[in-house]
Design a protein around this ligand. Structure first.
Ligand SMILES: [Zn+2]
Length: 502
């Protein structure tokens, strides 16, 4: 006796439809699972058996084998439970439906037969759709995220009994969940920031060109306050990016049922004591996306980054270069998207006084402290800004512009960059390699003169010169101009030169 249906296996960001085949034969009663299951899948046997019995159905006192295929793909997690139960019920003629062959079943079963939510429902349903399936049954708590996939007929169930009644045609599955719609927590507004005009403008430039930023300054100066406001001046995510970001957060298991689609750039701020695993992803069993992937298409903020281990900071190079992260696994490599905007913040020295004159660190200690932030990682940071305590006049000057006003300029500048670079496959100025900057849109010598002067005096390296050129294009985009002028280049160099003096 055979019963067959489908589930979806998740291997990092790659999801694949898995055939679930149950066969019942005479022989010693038992229940085995084949097809490269890990320990968590083997534990499904107890859950599936109890769930079937506690749903008023019968579990055969025979030899039960469930085969998951393709066998070469490792099967991880509890998401196969429902499909395994359905396949066994089909093999024992307790359900019969032509829908078994055209539906994917996702969800973990409780011993009492209840269907429990699992992580990664959105990427799983997307994979099912891509494999040609048009129908999915998911735990009711995850129906909102499953319903984001166009062209998929999705139904939510709260227990196994409901699924069997639906298969028998006696029941209609819910297509919405009565979860209260939750509003996204409001993104803090730039209008709250008093003074700090230079840092505010640096952040606007960063937003416009997607440049990475290093902010230094004494504690309490407002580095975190500013960084938190970056998502509010970035353009909202387009539909494709929204789905991709939501799929990652679905894998993390952090989606809110009442607010399934993430439409604003995420803001992720791991603690400076975070491990490389927390940052890059991984862990035993199911490889979890790390902070760099949760920040995909958004902002990764590393406060007190000089306190982080050098190897932790260096581990960011790969995602910064490739826009994705490869996490080594027992059975290969898991790849997650990780294209984020990096905002680093650091105190000027370990003693970190509110006013620089009170510093008790030696010159050597001061140099070494920020010296950690040099090398290949810092080569990717186009903007360095030093924040000083605001003078009295700045404090009196009242609140600045709102995030909405800044976002309007940022959005226009980004559109200009897309128009210029899209034929070469880049979306933002920060992504464009130095050679391409110089060759695709060469600038006349008089515009480049400030760079020539800096290079001649050794005040900037060749890489630094490329960074300045990238920034000059962003300053030009913010002005709404066609081409950078000498002043854009000179200003861009200042954002570099400030960093060089540390
Ligand atoms: Zn100090």
């Amino acid at each position: 006796m055979l019963g067959q249906t489908q589930a979806v296996g998740l291997n990092a960001f790659a999801a694949r439809v898995v055939d679930v085949q149950a066969s019942i034969s005479s022989g010693l009663p038992g229940f085995s699972v084949t097809g490269n299951p890990d320990a968590s899948v083997r534990e499904a046997r107890d859950r599936v058996r109890a769930a079937i019995r506690n749903s008023g159905l019968s579990f055969p006192e025979l030899k039960v084998t469930v085969a998951l295929s393709p066998a070469d793909m490792p099967k991880v997690g509890s998401g196969f439970d429902l499909a395994m139960a359905v396949a066994i019920l089909a093999a024992t003629d307790q359900v019969a439906s032509e829908m078994l062959a055209s539906t994917v079943f996702l969800g973990e079963l409780g011993l009492d037969g209840r269907l429990r939510p699992i992580r990664g429902v959105l990427p799983a349903v997307i994979a099912a759709r891509q494999a040609g399936y048009r129908r999915a049954v998911v735990p009711i708590e995850t129906i909102a995220e499953a319903a984001l996939v166009e062209g998929m007929d999705v139904g939510g169930a709260s227990d196994l009994g409901e699924v069997t009644r639906w298969l028998e045609g006696d029941h209609v599955l819910d297509t919405v969940h009565a979860a209260p719609v939750t509003q996204a927590p409001p993104v803090p507004d730039m209008a709250d920031v008093v003074g700090q005009h230079e840092a505010r403008y640096a952040l606007e430039i960063a937003a416009a060109g997607a440049h990475h930023v290093l902010m230094t300054g004494p504690p309490g100066i407002g580095k975190t306050m500013l960084a938190r406001r970056l998502p509010g001046i970035l353009p909202p995510l387009g539909l494709e990016d929204s789905l991709e970001v939501t799929a990652i957060h679905s894998l993390v298991g952090e989606l809110s049922p009442g607010r399934p689609l993430i439409t604003e750039p995420p803001f992720v701020a791991p603690h400076h004591s975070s491990s490389t695993t927390a940052l890059l992803g991984g862990g035993t069993g199911f490889a979890r996306p790390g902070a760099v992937s949760k920040a995909h298409r958004g902002v990764l903020f590393l406060d007190e980054c000089a306190e982080m281990g050098s190897h932790v900071l260096e581990s960011l190079r790969e995602p910064l270069e490739d826009g994705e992260v490869r996490v080594p696994r027992r059975d290969g490599v898991a790849t997650y998207p990780a294209r984020f905007q990096l905002i680093l913040a650091a105190n000027p020295c370990p003693c970190a006084p509110a006013h620089d004159v009170d510093c008790v660190c030696s010159a050597v200690v001061r140099r070494r402290y920020l010296g950690k932030l040099s090398g290949p990682l810092m080569d990717r940071v186009d903007i360095r800004v030093r924040m000083d305590p605001p003078g009295n006049t700045a404090l009196m000057s009242g609140s600045g512009e709102s995030s909405a006003e800044v976002r309007t300029r940022v959005t226009a500048a980004r559109a200009a960059a897309v128009e210029r670079w899209s034929e070469f496959g880049w979306r933002t100025n920060a992504e464009v390699p130095g050679s391409a900057l110089r060759q695709k849109f060469p600038l006349p010598p008089e515009v480049l003169r400030p760079i020539e002067l800096f290079l001649r005096d050794g005040r900037v390296t060749a890489r630094g010169a490329d960074r300045a050129l990238r920034l000059a294009w962003t300053l030009c985009d913010l002005r709404g101009a066609e081409r950078p002028v000498e002043d854009d280049v000179a200003q861009a160099l200042l954002y570099r030169d400030r960093g060089a003096s540390w």
